[in-house]
Design a protein. Structure first.
Length: 305
């Protein structure tokens, strides 16, 4: 299959590209810069120069493809206008979908689990709720059923908030590690019992491929290998990796300590992937979140925000 991938040089997108190429797919990646184009060519991937704001360019690339995987998104800084990022992504996905209308070809779009109702085990059958934190992809995911009705095999891959692995420089875990390094303490809020689901990026990339190849139109699949790791365990693993103490802080202190992540670190987001495993035969095989932290990837001070 000829597959157009946005975010092809990003942390998750580059893993998806490797997975697709390894499975024999022909891949064309979106590149905003010549440096990105060089990285894509180096791994045997075709290049389509453009960016998410160039909707005509996106339509051209999607129309020439037999499938599209969309992973691009702007994250990782308090200075980023996340509302603008959400609007840009929504328009981009609508453009990609319009190019595929009536073809039955797949459009696989990255979403997230953090917009599921908190405090209960979320499943693939559960809709997203009004955003608990700014900048989630709820509007984009909610647009996919309409695309499916228009003859696009539109699929949402809901990623766990902690997509972990070597090379992570802007994900939640990298940011938490940077805060712990800067503060000299790895903190959790309250008793730290709130849970975050997790997935290794190679397992997530494998699921993107399975979704591209065989997921049903309108499907929602969960890239979740661990249903919910208590936040205190995450903080303790980060503390061990940096050799800094771990302690609890109050909810009132969370904003000052974690900055714009202050709300996210309090969320209880247990999430199941049982239906995904059953329907697509997905079987995560890579290290767990705590195991990965213990490998030292995140202790390197080049991994920071």
């Amino acid at each position: 299959m000829r597959v157009f991938v946005t975010g092809a040089t990003g942390y998750i997108g580059s893993a998806v590209v490797r997975e697709l190429v390894g499975a024999g797919h022909e891949v064309v990646g979106l590149a905003r810069s010549e440096a990105a184009a060089v990285r894509l060519r180096a791994v045997g991937v075709g290049v389509h120069r453009g960016h998410l704001d160039d909707l005509d360019s996106l339509r051209v690339a999607a129309a020439a493809a037999e499938g599209v995987v969309h992973t691009a998104f702007t994250i990782g800084s308090q200075s980023v206008d996340r509302a603008a990022s959400v609007r840009t992504e929504f328009r981009a996905v609508q453009a990609l979908g319009a190019a595929l209308e009536g073809t039955g070809r797949p459009l696989v779009v990255a979403s997230g689990t953090l917009a599921l109702a908190p405090g209960r085990l979320g499943t693939e059958e559960d809709p997203l709720v009004p955003e608990p934190i700014g900048g989630t992809r709820i509007r984009t995911e909610q647009s996919l059923p309409a695309l499916a009705r228009q003859g696009v095999r539109a699929v949402a891959v809901r990623l766990a908030p902690t997509v972990h692995g070597e090379g992570d420089a802007k994900g939640f875990l990298a940011l938490l590690t940077a805060v712990a390094r800067q503060r000299g303490v790895s903190a959790y809020v309250g008793d730290g019992a709130n849970r975050w689901p997790a997935v290794h990026r190679s397992d997530a990339a494998h699921l993107f491929r399975l979704a591209l190849e065989s997921a049903e139109p309108g499907a929602r699949v969960h890239a979740v290998a661990e249903e919910g790791v208590p936040f205190r365990e995450i903080a303790e693993a980060v503390g061990r990796s940096l050799d800094v103490p771990t302690r609890g802080i109050t909810a009132q202190e969370a904003g000052d300590h974690f900055g714009y992540l202050g709300l996210a670190v309090t969320l209880d987001n247990p999430t199941s992937s049982a239906l995904t495993r059953q329907r697509l035969g997905w079987a995560p095989a890579h290290p767990t979140l705590v195991e990965d932290i213990g490998k030292g990837h995140y202790a390197d001070d080049t991994t920071s925000c």
